[in-house]
Design a protein around this ligand. Sequence first.
Ligand code: SF4
Length: 372
Amino acid sequence: MATASSLKPTAEPRDDVAGRLLRWYDAHHRHLPWRVSPAELARGVRPRPYHVWLSEIMLQQTTVEAVKPYFRDFLEKWPDVRALAAAPVEDVMRAWAGLGYYSRARNLKDCANLVAGLPGGFPDTEAGLLALPGIGAYTAAAIAAIAFDRPAAVVDGNVERVTARLFDIRTPLPDAKPEIRARVETLVPARRPGDFAQAMMDLGATICTPKRPRCMLCPLRQDCRALAAGDPEPLPLRLPKAERPQRKGVAYVAVRADGAVLMRTRPDKGLLGGMTEVPSTGWSEGRSGGAGKDGPPFPAAWRRVGAIAHVFTHFSLDLDVHRADVANLSAPAGHRWVPAADIAGEALPTVMKKAIEAAIPGATKKRRPSAD
Ligand code: SF4
């Protein structure tokens, strides 16, 4: 539990906050596969913009641990941006399957195609990076700082938390964002801004954690206004979130005698664009499946074999899963039979893996990149 003890910040937290933080980072930074450590930087190793960009796109909305095996798998398949640009988009979508937010994979591919054609490779400024597909303000700042050591204010969730506590910002998020950004800008040092950005992230991930921050180990405890005020843990405050709507539907897993499963590809645009799915009803509030265009792909002895739940950013989904074992039918228009051995190699989003697993346990589990 944080204790204020007798610490009292006597000046603006900017006074040598960066220096204290960088000294802590030199000794306690996380070892991440895409990171160039302070010791390596000192030896002249430079971060590869391709690695920084790939990791930052993968890390949007996902944890470091989830990203590690995907990052390694991508580098093995496509060691540089030209290799990624030359890859068929379907292969990239397959390799991305399971990371979620599939529009990011499409943007990743579009971005690689564009950068592979630029004589200098990735632009080295925030403005230049912002012009690329799939790169927003946060990612542009992160790549500019980490890959090119530009003095950019990099503000992710970890940095928001550290900064709100450091300056005891009581305005709830998201309204506090401009104030937090302005405060971070005052902290960014002219020397080692890339390491500073990563140090703020590491401090938030390992010491200034959402619950039970370990203030006694924190290099910024003497600067921290929320600690001095006695109770940093509730910061940053947040406005209550709107409740997620609940949607329902039915997924249909048709299994042929040889084990092949009926699948189709979702339209390129929209939710899970371009990914593979088993046929399903629409996903509507209150819907529980039905006949007609929202019913099963063909008449058969469908039986309910389970139900799955999945949470998307803007809604929660409950899917009933129905299975039918069928003879050697041809696939209806827009569908295809995927042999059992190829199911795991399809670009299946997590929600579809769950649905197929509910009907055919183990069917999707063969090719996930290993964790090491
Ligand atoms: S920055 Fe976070 S961990 Fe450090 S003293 Fe403040 S609340 Fe504690």
